[in-house]
Design a protein around this ligand. Structure first.
Ligand SMILES: Nc1nc2c(ncn2[C@@H]2O[C@H](COP(=O)(O)OP(=O)(O)OP(=O)(O)O)[C@@H](O)[C@H]2O)c(=O)[nH]1
Ligand SMILES: [Mg+2]
Ligand SMILES: [Zn+2]
Length: 369
């Protein structure tokens, strides 16, 4: 079956709302005997998958050839095999065009692994509430992850109604300006889930078939935003704990929601830890101001400290650049470099092991670790 046939299959029309398009149809031609679907929610080892026949539970099965490795994530396009016991299994994860990923917090440390949070998104909405002090470095880190995903990032500043002067007041304008300084190339939208201010602008970045993912701290208003756009209380939302301004993690799983006529949004639980996973491209994009300036430093290996002819220090002295941003970039660059090092050590150990196995019989100590 060629792509055009596959795309036009009448039974597949119900997947259009979930973002089925010609790109996905083309990928799916590799798995002609499987049922196509999109992962709507992940609960531990169980996957809720939207298929042409409605939503169904599926478990992970042995992978077909041509599948992405690892476990399915919310937003993944998958090929399902119907099991003999009526249970569907995920036989393949179709190649992803973007992913939000981080260092898996459950195995951080000696053996870093990646954790895919969301797959196949077009816009990464970083949601931050204005009623709490902006932790700029944390936002920068989230933006690196958003850029690294391959999707287009956007920043949504919620709770603008709580600021002095309301959503269109001076305080909101100042906050937007401050955040713009740390988010070059990113659209910054002030919004209120109470008055509806800014929601059209958020929707303006979406269109039918497009997928947006909402990421950001607990209590920032991600689920409330989705309910507002849906005009329905689908996602539970929770009061923000008084005192520390931290939410209680009301949303507990990553879930894909179709906003009829508008596109698809993925709600996620508030992120506590954001360890970067890879991130060179994300860093370059999120810190394009720093990387562009650094190209003008006199020394190619300038550390942007006290070197003569440092373009970054010159920008700081002119008042054009916050030195905190240089620091933030340096820290994340070190983090990425350390991780690349750990991975390359692991790869070369693994290579040595396989080389060793070829030349001599396997000894017990080959299977350590
Ligand atoms: N005043 C005001 N309150 C808001 C706004 N958006 C959300 N809230 C409130 O903030 C609280 C937290 O909102 P949620 O939507 O549950 O936050 P969340 O980001 O989904 O949180 P997690 O699911 O824990 O990650 C709720 O009590 C909402 O009613 C807003 O724009 N203005
Ligand atoms: Mg939520
Ligand atoms: Zn320099």
């Amino acid at each position: 079956m060629d792509t055009a046939d596959n795309f036009a299959r009448p039974d597949i029309q119900s997947l259009l709302a979930y973002g089925w398009n010609e790109r996905v149809a083309a990928l799916f031609t590799t798995f002609p005997n499987r049922i196509p679907g999109r992962v709507v929610r992940v609960d531990r080892m169980r996957y809720l998958v939207a298929t042409p026949h409605g939503q169904t539970d599926a478990f992970k099965g042995p992978h077909d050839e041509g599948s992405e490795t690892g476990t399915p994530a919310t937003g993944d396009w998958v090929a399902l095999a119907a099991g003999s016991d009526q249970r569907a299994s995920v036989a393949a994860i179709l190649p992803r065009h973007s992913v939000i990923k981080r260092l898996d917090p459950s195995v951080a440390g000696a053996r870093p692994e990646e954790q895919v949070l969301v797959a196949n998104l077009d816009v990464a909405f970083v949601v931050h509430a204005l009623d709490r002090p902006a932790q700029l470095s944390r936002l920068e880190r989230t933006l690196v992850m958003a850029w690294e995903s391959g999707a287009i990032p956007a920043l949504v500043l919620t709770k603008a109604d709580l600021m002095d002067g309301g959503p269109q007041g001076h305080a909101v304008r100042e906050a937007v300006e401050a955040v713009r300084q740390i988010a070059p190339g990113v659209e910054v939208i002030a919004a209120s889930n109470v008055t509806g201010f800014g929601l059209d602008e958020v929707l303006g970045l979406m269109s039918p078939g497009m997928t947006g993912a909402l990421i950001g701290e607990s209590g920032s208003g991600k689920s409330t935003l989705i309910n507002n756009l849906l005009d329905e209380q689908l996602q539970s939302t929770g009061p923000t704990r008084s005192g520390d301004g931290q939410g209680r993690h009301t949303t507990t799983s990553r879930e894909l929601i179709v906003i009829p006529g508008r596109g698809i949004l993925i709600d996620t639980p508030g992120l506590r830890a954001i360890g970067l996973w890879s991130g060179r491209d994300g860093l370059a994009q999120a810190f394009r101001d720093i990387e562009n300036l650094a190209a003008d430093c006199r020394f190619a290996d300038c550390r942007h400290e006290t070197e003569p002819g440092c373009a970054l220090q010159a920008a700081v002295n002119r008042g054009d650049l916050d030195p905190r941003r240089i620091d933030s970039h340096r820290k994340m660059e070190a983090e990425v470099a350390q991780q690349e090092h750990q991975l390359s050590v692991r790869m070369s150990r693994a290579n040595q092991r396989t080389a060793g196995r070829r030349s001599r019989p396997i000894r017990n100590d080959d299977v350590e670790e």
